[in-house]
Design a protein around this ligand. Structure first.
Ligand code: ACO
Ligand code: ACO
Length: 159
């Protein structure tokens, strides 16, 4: 059965006030509260609703005049693997295009196999490695897919 949702079934709204429900999703994607706080202040936050339920969150932040970054993308586990993140990544690409950025980038853990699959499927390519990023910037060790997470991979798509 194809349970992929259609774009028109998603409602994407800018967030003025970040609530506890938003925080729950933000911290699923990034456990460093201080880092999240800093990009919430500098970036644009979108909440995504499916049938009036909060299903996902995404934060976009300008890196330079030419470059936009997806700082956080998180889908509620209840709504995972239904194509929501795929649609949000396409939405972010369109947003970057509309606002005349030349590149859109996203960073993820080297052990984040699902995320790496998804971002490359949408067209992002690995352009940089931030060695030891997760060791130096996170209080506790992060284990994922049976591995200790150390490095952040940066992926970029040309708009
Ligand atoms: N390995 C490889 N691929 C997988 C795996 C896996 N273990 N599990 C699922 N997939 C595939 C699915 O089959 C699907 O591919 P398909 O469309 O070809 O069938 C794809 O991965 C998932 O696509 P979506 O359904 O569009 O993604 P989803 O809505 O589930 O959201 C996300 C993905 C955002 C990573 C979600 O799982 C999530 O929120 N995870 C927790 C938070 C997180 O890690 N966020 C990203 C951190 S990086 C950052 O925020 C910048
Ligand atoms: N995603 C993530 N992990 C997976 C997947 C998958 N799709 N499929 C299997 N695994 C896991 C297994 O569960 C196992 O992990 P575990 O020990 O924690 O359970 C691990 O990957 C495989 O470990 P091994 O059994 O030791 O590896 P294997 O003997 O199967 O060899 C190899 C791996 C060399 C990649 C083999 O599959 C192969 O020859 N593939 C085709 C040729 C190839 O790609 N070679 C490497 C090219 S790079 C180079 O040559 C320099």
């Amino acid at each position: 059965m194809n349970n992929k949702i259609k774009a028109d079934q998603l409602e994407i709204k800018p967030v003025d006030k970040v609530t506890a429900a938003h925080w729950k999703l933000l911290l699923l994607a990034d456990s460093n509260k201080n880092l999240v706080q800093s990009y919430l202040q500098l970036g644009l936050t979108f909440a995504i609703y499916k049938e009036a339920k909060l299903a996902a969150i995404m934060v976009l932040q300008e890196v330079s005049q030419f470059k936009l970054e997806i700082k956080n993308i998180s889908v509620d586990p209840e709504f995972e693997n239904q194509g929501i993140a795929t649609k949000l990544l396409h939405y972010a690409i369109q947003f970057a295009k509309k606002h005349h950025y030349q590149q859109l980038q996203i960073g993820t853990g080297s052990t984040s196999f699902k995320q790496l699959y998804l971002y490359q499927k949408v067209g992002f390519r690995i352009t940089d490695i931030k060695s030891n990023f997760f060791i130096e910037n996170y209080e506790r060790p992060i284990h994922e897919n049976g591995l200790l997470l150390r490095d952040m991979l940066m992926l970029t798509i040309n708009i």
